[in-house]
Each structure stands twice: as C-alpha cells, then as structure tokens.
Design a protein around this ligand. Sequence first.
Ligand SMILES: CCCCNCc1ccc(S(N)(=O)=O)cc1
Ligand SMILES: [Zn+2]
Length: 250
Amino acid sequence: FTHLFLWCWGLSPGPCVSKSGGTRQSPINIQRRDSVYDPHLQPLRVSYDPASCRCIWNTGYFFQVEFDDSQTALSFTGISGGPLENHYRLRQFHFHWGAVDERGSEHTVDGHTYPAELHLVHWNAAKYPAYEEAVLGEKGLAVLAMCLTDTRAPGSCSQDRRAAMGPFNPSCLLPACQDYWTYSGSLTTPPLAESVTWIIQKQPVEVAASQVSAFRELLFSPLGEEEEFMVDNCRPRQPLMGRRVRSSFR
Ligand SMILES: CCCCNCc1ccc(S(N)(=O)=O)cc1
Ligand SMILES: [Zn+2]
C-alpha cells in the first residue's frame, strides 16, 4: 500500500500518475467558460432498484457499494440518455475524499476543489458481455460524478473488509438539478483505462461534516498492519489534451 499511498500524491513511480501515452486521462479541471453548450444532449434518465444493492467493501483505494448487475436483475438499474447511446447498468459507487476539507474531490470546477466526490460506475451492457470487458473497452463505462460540499453535518474498516448492505437507492444521493458537464476520460485508479464517458453534475451535493470525517477513519492498510488512514485517495488532475467539455445547460 506504500505504492498506493504515493499514488494519491501522484508521486508513485508506477503508471498511476499518467498512463503512458494517455491522451484522455481523468480527472480534469472543468473551466466553465471553456465548456460548450450542446443542445443535442438529452436529459439523463436514472433509475436504480434498491433491492439490487448487495455489499459494501474496502477495496484498498476507497470503499465501494456493489450492486447486482447480472441479467437476472429484473429491474432497469442504471442510466441512459444524456450523452449515452446505450443503457448502462449500475455496478458500484464509491467516493474519493481528502484528509481535510480543502481537498478531496478529483474533478474541480474553475479550479475549486470540494471535500469529496461521489462516483456511480455503470457499464455498457448493450455492448459488452461483462463489466470486466467494459472496463477496458471503447464506450465501456459511464461514471456519474458529483462533488460533495458544505460538509456541515458517521468503526475502523481496514482493506478488504466487506459487509452486506440492505436495500439502498442511490438516487437519494443525486442532486435535484439535472444540469451536467460531460467529457471523454479514463478511470482515475489503475488500470486508468480510457473507457469512461464522464457525466458530472453541476450542482454539488450537501453532506454533513461528520460523514466525510467518517470516511477519514477508514484504512488503506490490511488488518493487523500498521494503520494508514484512507485519505487523499484522489488522483491529481490530468491535462485536457484538447478535449472539449460539453454542458447540458446554457
Ligand atoms: C476490472 C477491475 C476494475 C476495478 N476498478 C474499476 C474502476 C476504477 C476507477 C473508477 S473511477 N474512480 O474512475 O470512477 C471506476 C472503476
Ligand atoms: Zn472514482
């Protein structure tokens, strides 16, 4: 996890700082004045089935809540519309956060950082047979991202600890406002695959300070090893490389 720890500071010698030859890496800074309104962008259609929520686990990079994304999942659990040509199925969501409120989000807006950022990860089930293929394939993933802000208002969990989750509808995490930016990018952790259509909500989500503080009690380290608190699991911003960021709003 030392490598991981260095990764967070973009210092690791590995591929984590910039995927060699990467031309569409994430995250990026969204400069509002440079984003282009695209009237052809559809509204996002988001629908999640709380019964498909399965478990929460500490992956060593962050903790993630996983959903049943198998064919048998009767309901439409995922997103379509927006910039997407297909329906993408929800696989998991997770967060990135800082050691202090001044940093933590991966994307920034006009250079402004937030204490944390939520990523809802969906995969293109119309084009790929399974998530693992979609992660590495063209138009494989769609990540719906939103920044957590105004952290006004909750046991240590070490790497790989897992717990069952009851029904949970991630829609409750979504802001009321539908406006978003979208651009073509990558995963922000290894394998840094350039397979992601990013959809970033314009309106940040307000959470209690106690919630982001609770994140900071999680651990990067496996049970029984020296405790390293899981903080600053946010990748440095990457060069835009000429990419255009489109907005769904004027
Ligand atoms: C095949 C195993 C892939 C596991 N991990 C994928 C992954 C990594 C980062 C993000 S993020 N932070 O760009 O949303 C999403 C999904
Ligand atoms: Zn993420």
